[in-house]
Design a protein around this ligand. Structure first.
Ligand code: PLP
Length: 387
Protein backbone atom coordinates (compact mmCIF):
# COMPACT_ATOMS: atom_id res chain seq x y z
CA UNK A 1 0.00 0.00 0.00
CA UNK A 2 1.23 3.52 -0.73
CA UNK A 3 2.42 5.42 2.30
CA UNK A 4 -0.83 7.23 3.11
CA UNK A 5 0.02 7.42 6.76
CA UNK A 6 3.32 9.27 6.99
CA UNK A 7 2.79 12.45 8.95
CA UNK A 8 3.91 15.94 7.98
CA UNK A 9 5.39 17.22 11.22
CA UNK A 10 7.13 20.23 9.70
CA UNK A 11 4.26 22.75 9.82
CA UNK A 12 3.00 24.86 12.73
CA UNK A 13 0.07 23.30 14.57
CA UNK A 14 -2.64 25.52 13.09
CA UNK A 15 -1.33 24.92 9.56
CA UNK A 16 -1.02 21.16 10.01
CA UNK A 17 -4.58 21.01 11.38
CA UNK A 18 -5.87 22.41 8.10
CA UNK A 19 -3.46 20.83 5.62
CA UNK A 20 -1.82 17.63 6.96
CA UNK A 21 -3.27 14.65 5.09
CA UNK A 22 -5.64 17.02 3.29
CA UNK A 23 -4.11 17.96 -0.06
CA UNK A 24 -6.71 18.76 -2.74
CA UNK A 25 -8.37 15.64 -4.11
CA UNK A 26 -6.22 14.61 -7.11
CA UNK A 27 -9.24 13.57 -9.19
CA UNK A 28 -11.48 16.60 -8.77
CA UNK A 29 -9.51 19.30 -6.98
CA UNK A 30 -12.03 19.24 -4.09
CA UNK A 31 -10.38 21.34 -1.36
CA UNK A 32 -11.42 19.05 1.48
CA UNK A 33 -11.05 15.28 1.41
CA UNK A 34 -14.25 13.70 0.06
CA UNK A 35 -16.20 11.22 2.16
CA UNK A 36 -15.25 7.94 0.49
CA UNK A 37 -18.42 6.14 1.62
CA UNK A 38 -17.41 2.83 0.07
CA UNK A 39 -16.65 -0.63 1.39
CA UNK A 40 -14.45 -1.87 -1.46
CA UNK A 41 -12.28 -0.72 -4.37
CA UNK A 42 -11.99 -1.92 -7.99
CA UNK A 43 -8.77 -3.82 -8.69
CA UNK A 44 -7.35 -3.47 -12.21
CA UNK A 45 -6.15 -7.10 -12.16
CA UNK A 46 -5.97 -9.73 -9.45
CA UNK A 47 -3.97 -8.16 -6.62
CA UNK A 48 -3.37 -4.95 -8.66
CA UNK A 49 -4.94 -2.23 -6.56
CA UNK A 50 -5.03 1.50 -7.25
CA UNK A 51 -2.61 3.01 -4.76
CA UNK A 52 -3.15 0.19 -2.27
CA UNK A 53 -6.87 0.65 -1.62
CA UNK A 54 -8.59 -2.74 -1.27
CA UNK A 55 -11.26 -2.81 1.42
CA UNK A 56 -12.36 -0.08 3.83
CA UNK A 57 -11.70 -1.94 7.08
CA UNK A 58 -8.05 -2.22 6.05
CA UNK A 59 -7.83 1.32 4.68
CA UNK A 60 -10.10 4.10 3.46
CA UNK A 61 -8.91 7.42 1.97
CA UNK A 62 -11.06 9.60 4.26
CA UNK A 63 -9.89 7.73 7.36
CA UNK A 64 -6.29 7.84 6.10
CA UNK A 65 -6.54 11.63 5.75
CA UNK A 66 -7.65 11.88 9.39
CA UNK A 67 -4.98 9.43 10.55
CA UNK A 68 -2.24 11.45 8.83
CA UNK A 69 -3.58 14.70 10.25
CA UNK A 70 -3.75 13.32 13.81
CA UNK A 71 -0.21 11.93 13.58
CA UNK A 72 1.02 15.39 12.53
CA UNK A 73 -0.90 17.15 15.32
CA UNK A 74 0.63 14.86 17.96
CA UNK A 75 4.14 15.02 16.40
CA UNK A 76 3.86 11.27 15.85
CA UNK A 77 4.68 9.11 12.85
CA UNK A 78 1.52 7.00 12.58
CA UNK A 79 -2.11 7.58 13.51
CA UNK A 80 -5.03 5.15 13.71
CA UNK A 81 -8.70 6.16 13.85
CA UNK A 82 -11.33 4.10 15.66
CA UNK A 83 -15.07 3.91 16.20
CA UNK A 84 -14.74 5.28 19.76
CA UNK A 85 -12.16 6.25 22.36
CA UNK A 86 -12.67 2.93 24.12
CA UNK A 87 -12.14 1.02 20.86
CA UNK A 88 -8.82 2.90 20.53
CA UNK A 89 -7.85 1.97 24.10
CA UNK A 90 -8.86 -1.64 23.52
CA UNK A 91 -6.53 -1.79 20.50
CA UNK A 92 -3.61 -0.38 22.52
CA UNK A 93 -3.96 -2.98 25.29
CA UNK A 94 -4.43 -5.86 22.83
CA UNK A 95 -1.43 -4.78 20.75
CA UNK A 96 0.89 -4.09 23.69
CA UNK A 97 -0.09 -6.63 26.38
CA UNK A 98 -0.48 -10.41 26.59
CA UNK A 99 -2.07 -12.60 29.29
CA UNK A 100 0.12 -12.45 32.41
CA UNK A 101 1.25 -8.86 31.77
CA UNK A 102 0.60 -6.06 34.20
CA UNK A 103 -0.20 -2.39 33.78
CA UNK A 104 0.02 0.55 36.15
CA UNK A 105 -3.08 2.59 35.98
CA UNK A 106 -4.23 5.98 37.41
CA UNK A 107 -6.46 5.81 40.48
CA UNK A 108 -8.52 8.66 39.01
CA UNK A 109 -8.99 7.37 35.45
CA UNK A 110 -12.08 7.82 33.31
CA UNK A 111 -14.66 5.27 34.49
CA UNK A 112 -14.98 3.60 31.08
CA UNK A 113 -11.22 3.07 30.88
CA UNK A 114 -11.29 1.54 34.36
CA UNK A 115 -14.14 -0.78 33.31
CA UNK A 116 -12.21 -1.87 30.21
CA UNK A 117 -9.06 -2.68 32.20
CA UNK A 118 -10.63 -4.01 35.40
CA UNK A 119 -13.62 -5.90 34.00
CA UNK A 120 -12.72 -6.84 30.44
CA UNK A 121 -8.95 -7.26 30.27
CA UNK A 122 -8.70 -8.80 33.74
CA UNK A 123 -10.78 -11.70 32.35
CA UNK A 124 -8.05 -12.23 29.74
CA UNK A 125 -5.31 -12.32 32.35
CA UNK A 126 -4.03 -8.74 32.15
CA UNK A 127 -3.38 -7.49 35.69
CA UNK A 128 -3.45 -3.89 36.88
CA UNK A 129 -2.57 -1.72 39.88
CA UNK A 130 -4.40 1.57 40.44
CA UNK A 131 -1.97 4.25 41.65
CA UNK A 132 -1.91 8.01 42.30
CA UNK A 133 0.22 9.07 39.33
CA UNK A 134 1.14 12.35 41.01
CA UNK A 135 3.05 10.26 43.59
CA UNK A 136 6.10 9.11 41.61
CA UNK A 137 7.38 6.93 44.46
CA UNK A 138 4.05 5.09 44.46
CA UNK A 139 4.38 4.59 40.69
CA UNK A 140 7.94 3.22 41.10
CA UNK A 141 6.74 0.89 43.86
CA UNK A 142 3.89 -0.41 41.69
CA UNK A 143 6.18 -1.40 38.80
CA UNK A 144 6.70 -5.17 38.47
CA UNK A 145 8.87 -7.32 36.24
CA UNK A 146 5.79 -8.06 34.11
CA UNK A 147 4.65 -4.41 33.88
CA UNK A 148 4.29 -3.62 30.17
CA UNK A 149 2.40 -0.31 30.32
CA UNK A 150 2.06 2.75 32.49
CA UNK A 151 -1.29 4.25 31.60
CA UNK A 152 -1.63 7.98 32.24
CA UNK A 153 -4.52 10.41 31.93
CA UNK A 154 -3.55 14.06 32.42
CA UNK A 155 -5.58 16.14 33.15
CA UNK A 156 -7.69 13.32 34.51
CA UNK A 157 -11.44 12.83 34.24
CA UNK A 158 -13.19 14.10 36.39
CA UNK A 159 -10.76 15.11 39.17
CA UNK A 160 -8.43 17.13 36.93
CA UNK A 161 -5.37 15.43 38.40
CA UNK A 162 -2.06 16.31 36.75
CA UNK A 163 0.70 13.76 36.15
CA UNK A 164 4.27 14.57 35.08
CA UNK A 165 4.56 12.94 31.63
CA UNK A 166 8.38 13.13 31.34
CA UNK A 167 8.88 11.68 34.82
CA UNK A 168 6.46 8.82 34.13
CA UNK A 169 8.18 8.09 30.80
CA UNK A 170 11.53 7.74 32.61
CA UNK A 171 10.06 5.43 35.25
CA UNK A 172 8.38 3.26 32.61
CA UNK A 173 11.43 3.10 30.32
CA UNK A 174 13.81 2.30 33.20
CA UNK A 175 11.76 -0.86 33.76
CA UNK A 176 11.36 -1.75 30.07
CA UNK A 177 7.71 -0.66 30.01
CA UNK A 178 5.98 1.88 27.75
CA UNK A 179 4.01 4.99 28.61
CA UNK A 180 0.53 5.51 27.16
CA UNK A 181 -1.10 8.93 27.64
CA UNK A 182 -4.81 9.57 27.25
CA UNK A 183 -4.64 13.13 25.89
CA UNK A 184 -8.39 13.61 25.53
CA UNK A 185 -8.80 16.44 28.08
CA UNK A 186 -5.85 18.49 26.83
CA UNK A 187 -6.08 17.84 23.07
CA UNK A 188 -2.89 17.88 20.97
CA UNK A 189 -3.04 21.69 20.78
CA UNK A 190 -2.40 22.05 24.51
CA UNK A 191 -0.17 19.03 25.15
CA UNK A 192 1.92 16.72 22.98
CA UNK A 193 2.90 13.71 25.12
CA UNK A 194 5.10 12.08 22.44
CA UNK A 195 7.44 15.10 22.60
CA UNK A 196 7.68 14.55 26.39
CA UNK A 197 8.73 10.90 26.15
CA UNK A 198 5.41 9.04 25.92
CA UNK A 199 5.27 6.09 23.51
CA UNK A 200 1.59 6.16 22.61
CA UNK A 201 -1.18 8.75 22.75
CA UNK A 202 -4.86 7.85 22.82
CA UNK A 203 -7.86 10.12 22.30
CA UNK A 204 -11.55 10.05 22.52
CA UNK A 205 -11.98 12.18 19.36
CA UNK A 206 -15.61 12.45 20.45
CA UNK A 207 -14.38 15.35 22.58
CA UNK A 208 -12.19 18.34 21.61
CA UNK A 209 -10.89 16.95 18.32
CA UNK A 210 -14.44 16.49 16.99
CA UNK A 211 -15.47 19.51 19.00
CA UNK A 212 -19.17 19.73 18.08
CA UNK A 213 -20.87 16.89 19.99
CA UNK A 214 -21.87 15.22 16.74
CA UNK A 215 -19.57 12.19 16.46
CA UNK A 216 -18.16 9.34 18.57
CA UNK A 217 -14.59 8.36 17.69
CA UNK A 218 -11.16 7.47 18.96
CA UNK A 219 -7.53 7.62 17.92
CA UNK A 220 -4.11 6.17 18.68
CA UNK A 221 -0.87 7.89 17.67
CA UNK A 222 2.67 6.57 18.07
CA UNK A 223 6.24 7.21 16.97
CA UNK A 224 7.79 3.77 16.86
CA UNK A 225 7.45 1.72 13.64
CA UNK A 226 7.30 -1.66 15.43
CA UNK A 227 4.54 -0.42 17.69
CA UNK A 228 2.73 1.02 14.67
CA UNK A 229 2.89 -2.34 12.94
CA UNK A 230 1.26 -4.07 15.93
CA UNK A 231 -1.40 -1.38 16.20
CA UNK A 232 -2.16 -1.55 12.47
CA UNK A 233 -2.43 -5.34 12.65
CA UNK A 234 -4.88 -5.19 15.57
CA UNK A 235 -6.88 -2.31 14.09
CA UNK A 236 -7.44 -4.37 10.94
CA UNK A 237 -7.87 -7.72 12.73
CA UNK A 238 -10.38 -6.52 15.33
CA UNK A 239 -11.95 -4.00 12.97
CA UNK A 240 -13.32 -1.25 15.26
CA UNK A 241 -12.41 1.42 12.71
CA UNK A 242 -13.81 4.92 12.25
CA UNK A 243 -16.27 4.98 9.36
CA UNK A 244 -15.69 7.46 6.52
CA UNK A 245 -18.31 10.00 7.59
CA UNK A 246 -17.21 9.92 11.23
CA UNK A 247 -13.58 10.33 10.14
CA UNK A 248 -14.59 13.29 7.98
CA UNK A 249 -16.42 14.97 10.89
CA UNK A 250 -13.36 14.64 13.15
CA UNK A 251 -11.13 15.96 10.37
CA UNK A 252 -13.41 18.98 10.02
CA UNK A 253 -13.37 19.53 13.78
CA UNK A 254 -9.59 19.35 13.95
CA UNK A 255 -9.24 22.32 11.57
CA UNK A 256 -10.58 24.72 14.20
CA UNK A 257 -9.09 23.00 17.26
CA UNK A 258 -6.53 25.72 18.00
CA UNK A 259 -8.96 28.64 17.96
CA UNK A 260 -11.56 26.72 19.92
CA UNK A 261 -9.06 25.63 22.57
CA UNK A 262 -7.83 29.19 23.10
CA UNK A 263 -11.40 30.25 23.89
CA UNK A 264 -12.13 27.13 26.00
CA UNK A 265 -9.04 27.93 28.10
CA UNK A 266 -9.87 31.62 28.54
CA UNK A 267 -13.48 30.89 29.50
CA UNK A 268 -12.59 28.05 31.88
CA UNK A 269 -10.00 30.21 33.67
CA UNK A 270 -12.62 32.93 34.29
CA UNK A 271 -15.24 30.38 35.42
CA UNK A 272 -12.72 28.71 37.76
CA UNK A 273 -11.80 32.05 39.34
CA UNK A 274 -15.48 32.90 39.79
CA UNK A 275 -16.19 29.54 41.45
CA UNK A 276 -13.11 29.73 43.68
CA UNK A 277 -14.38 33.00 45.12
CA UNK A 278 -17.94 31.66 45.66
CA UNK A 279 -18.98 30.89 49.24
CA UNK A 280 -21.07 27.82 48.29
CA UNK A 281 -18.10 26.04 46.73
CA UNK A 282 -15.69 24.08 48.91
CA UNK A 283 -13.09 23.20 46.28
CA UNK A 284 -12.39 24.01 42.63
CA UNK A 285 -10.23 21.66 40.57
CA UNK A 286 -8.70 23.48 37.59
CA UNK A 287 -5.00 23.22 36.70
CA UNK A 288 -4.93 26.91 35.73
CA UNK A 289 -5.48 27.96 39.35
CA UNK A 290 -2.25 28.48 41.33
CA UNK A 291 -3.97 26.61 44.20
CA UNK A 292 -4.12 23.40 42.10
CA UNK A 293 -1.45 20.95 43.35
CA UNK A 294 -0.43 20.15 39.76
CA UNK A 295 -0.33 23.77 38.56
CA UNK A 296 3.43 23.95 38.07
CA UNK A 297 3.67 20.64 36.23
CA UNK A 298 0.74 21.65 34.03
CA UNK A 299 2.48 24.98 33.29
CA UNK A 300 5.59 23.04 32.26
CA UNK A 301 3.93 20.54 29.93
CA UNK A 302 0.79 22.29 28.65
CA UNK A 303 0.32 25.33 26.41
CA UNK A 304 -2.92 26.20 28.26
CA UNK A 305 -4.98 24.62 31.02
CA UNK A 306 -7.97 23.43 29.03
CA UNK A 307 -11.73 23.78 29.15
CA UNK A 308 -12.54 21.16 31.80
CA UNK A 309 -12.98 21.80 35.50
CA UNK A 310 -14.77 20.27 38.43
CA UNK A 311 -15.85 21.62 41.79
CA UNK A 312 -17.23 20.42 45.08
CA UNK A 313 -20.32 22.00 46.52
CA UNK A 314 -20.62 22.93 50.20
CA UNK A 315 -24.17 21.48 50.18
CA UNK A 316 -22.88 17.92 49.65
CA UNK A 317 -24.35 15.46 47.15
CA UNK A 318 -27.81 17.05 47.10
CA UNK A 319 -26.22 20.49 46.63
CA UNK A 320 -24.24 19.17 43.64
CA UNK A 321 -27.31 17.53 42.08
CA UNK A 322 -29.32 20.74 42.60
CA UNK A 323 -26.71 22.86 40.80
CA UNK A 324 -26.77 20.43 37.85
CA UNK A 325 -30.56 20.47 37.70
CA UNK A 326 -30.83 24.28 37.96
CA UNK A 327 -28.32 25.13 35.22
CA UNK A 328 -29.96 26.47 32.06
CA UNK A 329 -27.25 27.53 29.62
CA UNK A 330 -24.96 24.69 30.74
CA UNK A 331 -26.71 21.64 29.30
CA UNK A 332 -27.07 18.70 31.69
CA UNK A 333 -25.39 15.94 29.68
CA UNK A 334 -22.53 13.46 29.64
CA UNK A 335 -19.51 13.96 27.35
CA UNK A 336 -17.36 17.06 26.92
CA UNK A 337 -15.22 19.08 24.56
CA UNK A 338 -17.95 20.52 22.33
CA UNK A 339 -18.49 24.21 21.62
CA UNK A 340 -21.51 24.20 23.96
CA UNK A 341 -21.07 24.16 27.74
CA UNK A 342 -22.11 21.00 29.60
CA UNK A 343 -22.63 20.22 33.28
CA UNK A 344 -22.89 16.82 34.94
CA UNK A 345 -22.78 14.91 38.22
CA UNK A 346 -19.97 12.33 37.71
CA UNK A 347 -20.94 10.02 40.60
CA UNK A 348 -24.42 9.44 39.17
CA UNK A 349 -23.62 9.90 35.47
CA UNK A 350 -20.25 9.38 33.71
CA UNK A 351 -18.51 7.60 36.60
CA UNK A 352 -21.23 5.21 37.76
CA UNK A 353 -18.97 2.33 36.67
CA UNK A 354 -16.40 3.14 39.40
CA UNK A 355 -18.95 3.24 42.27
CA UNK A 356 -17.72 1.08 45.14
CA UNK A 357 -14.18 0.79 43.68
CA UNK A 358 -11.00 2.56 44.77
CA UNK A 359 -11.70 5.04 41.93
CA UNK A 360 -15.06 6.19 43.32
CA UNK A 361 -15.51 9.94 42.82
CA UNK A 362 -16.77 12.38 45.50
CA UNK A 363 -20.57 12.58 45.65
CA UNK A 364 -20.47 16.38 45.97
CA UNK A 365 -18.52 16.78 42.72
CA UNK A 366 -19.86 18.66 39.68
CA UNK A 367 -17.99 18.57 36.35
CA UNK A 368 -18.13 21.35 33.77
CA UNK A 369 -17.12 21.27 30.13
CA UNK A 370 -16.76 25.00 29.58
CA UNK A 371 -17.76 25.86 26.02
CA UNK A 372 -16.99 28.84 23.82
CA UNK A 373 -20.13 30.92 24.51
CA UNK A 374 -19.68 34.42 25.98
CA UNK A 375 -18.13 33.91 29.40
CA UNK A 376 -20.39 36.48 31.10
CA UNK A 377 -23.43 34.38 30.17
CA UNK A 378 -21.77 31.24 31.53
CA UNK A 379 -20.94 32.88 34.85
CA UNK A 380 -24.46 34.35 35.12
CA UNK A 381 -25.90 30.86 34.64
CA UNK A 382 -23.71 29.35 37.37
CA UNK A 383 -24.55 32.27 39.65
CA UNK A 384 -28.30 31.57 39.36
CA UNK A 385 -27.76 27.79 39.67
CA UNK A 386 -25.83 28.26 42.92
CA UNK A 387 -28.25 30.78 44.41
N1 PLP B 1 -10.85 8.84 27.73
C1 PLP B 1 -11.41 9.87 28.36
C2 PLP B 1 -10.55 10.79 29.19
C3 PLP B 1 -12.78 10.10 28.26
O1 PLP B 1 -13.33 11.14 28.90
C4 PLP B 1 -13.58 9.22 27.48
C5 PLP B 1 -15.03 9.39 27.36
O2 PLP B 1 -15.63 10.19 28.07
C6 PLP B 1 -12.94 8.14 26.86
C7 PLP B 1 -11.58 7.99 26.98
C8 PLP B 1 -13.73 7.15 26.05
O3 PLP B 1 -14.10 7.70 24.83
P1 PLP B 1 -15.41 7.28 24.01
O4 PLP B 1 -16.60 7.70 24.80
O5 PLP B 1 -15.24 8.02 22.71
O6 PLP B 1 -15.35 5.80 23.82
Amino acid sequence: MADHTRADTSSAFETAAIHAGQASDPGTGAVVPPIYQVSTFHQDAVGKTRDGWEYSRSGNPTRAALEECLAALEQGRRGFAFASGLAAEDCVVRAMCAPGDHLVFPNDAYGGTYRLIARVFSRWGVEHSAVDLADLDAVRAAMRDNTKLVWCETPSNPLLGIADISALASIAHDRGARLVVDNTFASPYLQQPLTLGADVVVHSTTKYLGGHSDVVGGAVICLDDDLAEGLAFHQNSVGAIAGPFDAWLVLRGAKTLAVRMDRHCANAQRVAEFLEAHDKISRVRYPGLPTHPGHEIAAKQMRGYGGMLSFQVAGGEQGAVDVCNRARLFTLAESLGGVESLIEHPARMTHMSVAGSSLEVPADLVRLSVGIEHVDDLIADLEQALR
